[in-house]
Design a protein around this ligand. Structure first.
Ligand SMILES: *[C@@H]1O[C@H](CO)[C@@H](O)[C@H](O)[C@H]1NC(C)=O
Ligand SMILES: *[C@@H]1O[C@H](CO)[C@@H](O)[C@H](O)[C@H]1NC(C)=O
Ligand SMILES: *[C@@H]1O[C@H](CO)[C@@H](O)[C@H](O)[C@H]1NC(C)=O
Ligand SMILES: *[C@@H]1O[C@H](CO)[C@@H](O)[C@H](O)[C@H]1NC(C)=O
Ligand SMILES: *[C@@H]1O[C@H](CO)[C@@H](O)[C@H](O)[C@H]1NC(C)=O
Ligand SMILES: *[C@@H]1O[C@H](CO)[C@@H](O)[C@H](O)[C@H]1NC(C)=O
Ligand SMILES: *[C@@H]1O[C@H](CO)[C@@H](O)[C@H](O)[C@H]1NC(C)=O
Ligand SMILES: *[C@@H]1O[C@H](CO)[C@@H](O)[C@H](O)[C@H]1NC(C)=O
Length: 313
């Protein structure tokens, strides 16, 4: 049973059961936010021109639909030269947010230390990525090794890899081009999900210039073997999508929410689940209670057993 709730300015979906409602009147909105959950704090990090903040969840229960009015939003305003729109978690104890920025002067690795509440900009690093980094590709981090991965959209490139503990760029030596025909060269808007096995699933997105859905053929990067494969799925394939989110539950289910199909309409069903504990991976669609409807360009994060979704349109 899934109860969903529409709150927090644009949205806050709570997964499993109805819960917290942040009923503030936020005066800002739109997409571009990324949510992170670190040490009981829920961070909402946007681009530098957006208000960046966290909400302390320590004393807030997510149970029973409690409404919290005027939950304090604590500012984490960044220096204005930190502009990355795709920060990611890293560091020794996974308490830093990493921002990779490109400028005319080179590549910058800036961090926000959530423990010390402190920015550290222009960190030195070793090596360089093997490609010109793209602005808008998401990262995932293996929180055991501190190594982060970002698929750069081009099939001939594969992933760039950054070691967030030692500040070293690592070159991948594989790419997924051979899994597709030569005339397909990129995938736009797929969302990475790192499984406990070290496999990164790329969910959704659009094959450049082709009307092919990727929902029933999941592009997978094995971060341990540095290799690529495609995994066919079973179950009823949901509509293809971009602008969606995908998060992993502790029992291996990928919760995919929202986004638009190839005709720029809300992808159906809004909420769908890929069970990765099954071989082959299996799609299913749960019955939603109190569905909040469609969302696009939102952000989602797991907080214990809840998926919290915010912003979007
Ligand atoms: C939620 O409701 C259940 C059942 O009424 C109750 O046992 C539990 O203590 C409540 N939790 C909180 C955090 O209020
Ligand atoms: C960043 O650090 C390098 C040395 O590590 C220095 O040459 C450069 O000027 C610094 N850039 C900024 C914007 O501070
Ligand atoms: C990775 O590739 C880049 C660009 O080809 C190169 O400059 C860099 O030295 C390589 N790094 C390693 C560790 O081989
Ligand atoms: C992280 O990397 C380790 C070592 O390669 C691996 O055993 C583990 O499965 C990975 N964890 C995740 C969550 O991918
Ligand atoms: C994609 O779909 C459109 C309309 O459905 C069609 O006109 C076009 O030929 C298709 N393109 C490819 C590469 O299949
Ligand atoms: C959209 O995707 C469907 C399959 O999901 C496909 O049949 C259709 O041709 C695609 N249309 C366009 C315009 O890409
Ligand atoms: C996956 O599906 C494709 C057809 O869509 C098929 O050609 C391929 O053999 C399948 N792969 C496996 C491992 O079953
Ligand atoms: C994914 O594909 C690989 C390579 O074909 C295969 O070895 C593996 O069993 C597949 N996994 C699942 C869950 O289907």
């Amino acid at each position: 049973m899934f109860h969903l709730l529409y709150i927090f300015f644009r949205a806050l979906i709570i997964f499993y059961c109805i819960t917290v409602i942040f009923a503030d009147n936020l005066f800002f909105g739109g997409d571009g936010y990324n949510a992170f959950y670190i040490e009981n704090k829920l961070y909402f990090i946007g681009s530098y021109s957006q208000y960046q903040f966290y909400i302390d969840l320590k004393d807030l229960s997510l149970e029973n639909g409690t409404i919290y009015n005027n939950t304090p939003r604590i500012s984490v305003a960044s220096p204005n030269y930190v502009v990355s729109s795709n920060p990611f978690i890293g560091g020794n104890s996974n308490k830093k947010l990493f921002f990779i920025d490109k400028s005319a002067y080179g590549l910058y690795v800036d961090t926000f230390n959530t423990e010390l509440n402190k920015w550290e900009t222009n960190n030195s690093y070793k090596g360089l990525p093997n490609v010109d980094l793209s602005w808008n590709q998401a990262w995932v981090t293996n929180e055991t090794t501190g190594i982060s991965y970002s698929f750069q959209e081009y099939l001939s490139t594969g992933v760039v890899i950054f070691d967030t503990i030692n500040f070293v760029w690592i070159n991948s030596t594989s790419n997924p081009q051979n899994l597709f025909s030569k005339d397909i060269f990129s995938i736009n808007g797929c969302i990475p999900v790192l499984l406990s096995s070290g496999q990164i699933l790329y969910i959704g997105g659009k094959l450049y210039s082709f009307n092919q859905t990727l929902m029933n053929r999941i592009l997978t990067y094995d971060s341990i073997k540095d290799s690529w494969q495609i995994n066919n799925t079973t179950g009823k394939t949901p509509e293809e999508r971009t602008g969606h989110t995908a998060v992993l539950t502790s029992d291996g289910r990928v919760i995919v929410y929202g986004g638009e199909n190839n005709l720029s309409k809300s992808a159906i069903p809004y909420l769908t689940i890929l069970d990765t504990s099954k071989t082959p991976f299996m799609w299913s669609t749960p019955i939603e209670e109190n569905s909040i409807g469609s969302l696009n360009s939102h952000t989602s994060v797991m907080v214990k057993n809840y998926m919290i979704t915010a912003f979007g349109t």
